[in-house]
Design a protein around this ligand. Structure first.
Ligand code: GLN
Length: 293
């Protein structure tokens, strides 16, 4: 089958990322889904055409059809390379985004520096596919345990599956709960809390692309009028589970960092804001907090 032809079809139908979509589908069809890495699929050029054996043709057409219906490539493949791990991805659980790899790298650095010798434990709030907690467990040797929490049962199931896939399930506890239920459930304190909560402001929800709007759970995205609904809840609840000199790493919308000082004041929060950090696109996407002295 011809990559260029499939690329042209996707282009003429207005499908985003037409070239990498064509390459992913045809490399999957060559019976080796790991053959093409993210970097390779996303670079220009057509490479070689792919032989599709008769028994695969139906499968390939199905995948092409799903892409024409704007299904995200990640859901079509069912597995996705993210940072330096492989994850199962499953409709409608939120697909981990590239910029969240930056949250992970930032957290790895700060956790290693802040808690060098001791046995560290953490909380991952709104864990989705489990991407953040799994990456931290794989990259921080003194991290003993992570509790990953999501209100969605499908997200919790996927996180469990991914923790097994990545051999960290013995260090991960997965809990289905809403943020406001946590005070009745969690009994201990953690060295750090990491979170990529739903934070998209209502107005921006109107402009998201079809891949997201049709296929991903809107609850994993929607942050309400100003995008801060869940962030406010986390800021209220999280200090209860944070050890003295513990750290909170939070992803947010790039419009949010300037509201944080007032938000802490309005909520009379015991937290203090340490810094804002940029993502790979140069946007202030992450904030770090700790408890006041
Ligand atoms: N940055 C994500 C997006 O635009 C939203 C992430 C989130 O709500 N946690 O899809």
């Amino acid at each position: 089958m011809n990559i260029r032809a499939l690329y042209r079809l996707f282009t003429s139908e207005g499908i985003p990322e037409p070239l990498s979509s064509a390459k992913y589908i045809l490399s999957f069809a060559a019976q080796n889904r790991h053959k093409i890495k993210r970097g390779e699929a996303e670079k220009p050029g057509y490479d070689n055409d792919t032989d599709v054996t008769d028994d695969k043709v139906k499968r390939v057409y199905k995948m092409i059809w799903k892409r024409l219906e704007r299904q995200p490539m990640q859901y079509i493949l069912g597995e996705w390379q993210w940072g330096n791990i492989e994850l199962f991805v499953k409709k409608p659980v939120f697909i981990p985004r590239p910029e969240t790899e930056d949250l992970v790298n930032l957290s790895i650095d700060k956790i290693r520096n802040s808690f060098p010798a001791k046995e560290v434990t953490g909380l991952d709030l709104c864990c989705g596919s489990g991407a953040i907690g799994i990456s931290l467990l794989k990259n921080i040797s003194n991290l003993q345990q992570i509790t990953s929490i999501d209100m969605s049962n499908q997200a919790c199931e996927l996180t469990t599956l991914n923790s097994e896939k990545n051999n960290v399930s013995s260090k991960m506890t997965v809990l289905q709960a809403r943020i406001d239920e946590l005070p009745g459930i969690l009994k201990r304190k953690y060295d750090f809390i990491v979170t990529n909560p739903p934070y998209v402001p209502d107005i921006d929800m109107e402009y998201i692309e079809d891949e997201v709007a049709i296929y991903e759970d809107p609850i994993a995205l929607r942050g309400g009028h100003d995008g801060l609904n869940v962030i406010r809840k986390i800021i209220e609840v999280a200090p209860k589970f944070l050890k003295e000199s513990g750290l909170i790493f939070m992803e947010m919308d790039s419009s949010h960092y300037k509201y944080i000082p007032n938000l802490l004041k309005d909520l009379n929060s015991p937290l203090t804001h340490i810094s804002n950090e940029k993502d790979r696109f140069g946007l202030y996407r992450f904030s770090i907090f700790t408890l006041k002295d």
